[in-house]
Write a protein that binds this ligand. Sequence first.
Ligand SMILES: *Cc1c(COP(=O)(O)O)cnc(C)c1O
Length: 440
Amino acid sequence: MPSTAAVTTIRYKSTRNGGPPVSLREALLRGLAPDGGLYVPTDIPPLESGYRTLESLQEVATAMLRPWLEEHVEPSELGPLIADALSFPIPLVDLGARNPTYSGVYVLELFHGPTLSFKDVGARVMARLMGRFLREEGRSATVLVATSGDTGSAVADGFAGQEGIEVVLLYPKGGVSEVQERQLVVERPAVRTYAVEGTFDDCQRLVKQAFLDPELQRIGPTSANSINIGRLLPQAAYYVWAEVASGLREVVFCTPSGNLGNLTGGLIAHLAGLPVARFVAAHNANDYFPDVLRRPDAAERDSVSTRSNAMDVGRPSNYERIRALIPGKRMRELFWGTSVDDPATLARMRTVYDETGYVADPHTAVGLEAVHRYREATGDEGPVIVLSTAHPAKFPATVWETLGQPAPRSDRLERLRDRPKRVEPLTPSLDALKARLLQA
Ligand SMILES: *Cc1c(COP(=O)(O)O)cnc(C)c1O
């Protein structure tokens, strides 16, 4: 008799413990748990034993995600889904090969996706899963996003063209950089972009009001922000890939962090069995998490704006998730944190360029400075993999000002110049937004 292999079923509970555990489908479609908490897995399936012999990012990601997804996605369909989502390389650059002072320091370039930030990884996988779950339920949805940085374009690009999903992007007119704006306003199927005559807070307020508005329920409003478990799981996969690609074991990972979603992905990979020596949490002047690692009673704070603006988060939502996944004592052993201000960020960008020729964007530079500090503080000279979260071409002004030369080109960004645009102005009122959303 052929044996029926048992299908792993992972359940997700709220960090605030309200309500019964739910499936991945429900956790992903809901985003936030009904009690306001974040979904965390009740069990973490172990990495399959042969993962180190796999050869490509796509294979590693498929193997890593299989037990998490097999309840919902047939194994034969998972490989193609992942290959379609992760259709770009994630290379590892050995800085030690350029200058022995950097021996053991590697950069994992997560920015080769369509919108040039690591957010493409989570957004693209999540979009495909959400599209599938909605189709199976015969539903459609409208993803509403308020954006001031990399999230909007990653979500718009990742979700565009998924059957049954419309995307509505709101960004503050004049409140994003020229490159970001170019990425937001490019015409994409089933994506509507509004330049709101107001601030980012106005955009966020409109989205929150839209979620609660009774008439708007018929467009199926939903979110795709970084607290969604659907974005976190794929982010665990590239930590595994980094160790496989480097042939190294038990490395230190250094992650430029804001809302701590990227780092939570690393923690999940570790809890699934990936050997990791330490996680370095590299923050800019928004130093809540490094502070908490030193004194558990650290107070929450408002965000301050910096040159690494995608990490300007005062109260990182995923901290609640990290606390739910490991005990506080273990957290303080496993994570080492530091806060890097703007002058130190730009100085590190310059030094790394002078010493290795490597051009890091400001977020990655926070990570490189954190590695330097970590090595000095601990004497640990073991291998370190720094996650590079954005392409330097997204920050041409900072690169020019700091290095005195133009940022490396990105063909993807160049090509956007000639693509048609689609953007409409919007006054910051719920009535104005409703009129647009309900007319379609
Ligand atoms: C979003 C973002 C971060 C912060 O990631 P979190 O998951 O919020 O910690 C870092 N760098 C870049 C370039 C980003 O876009």
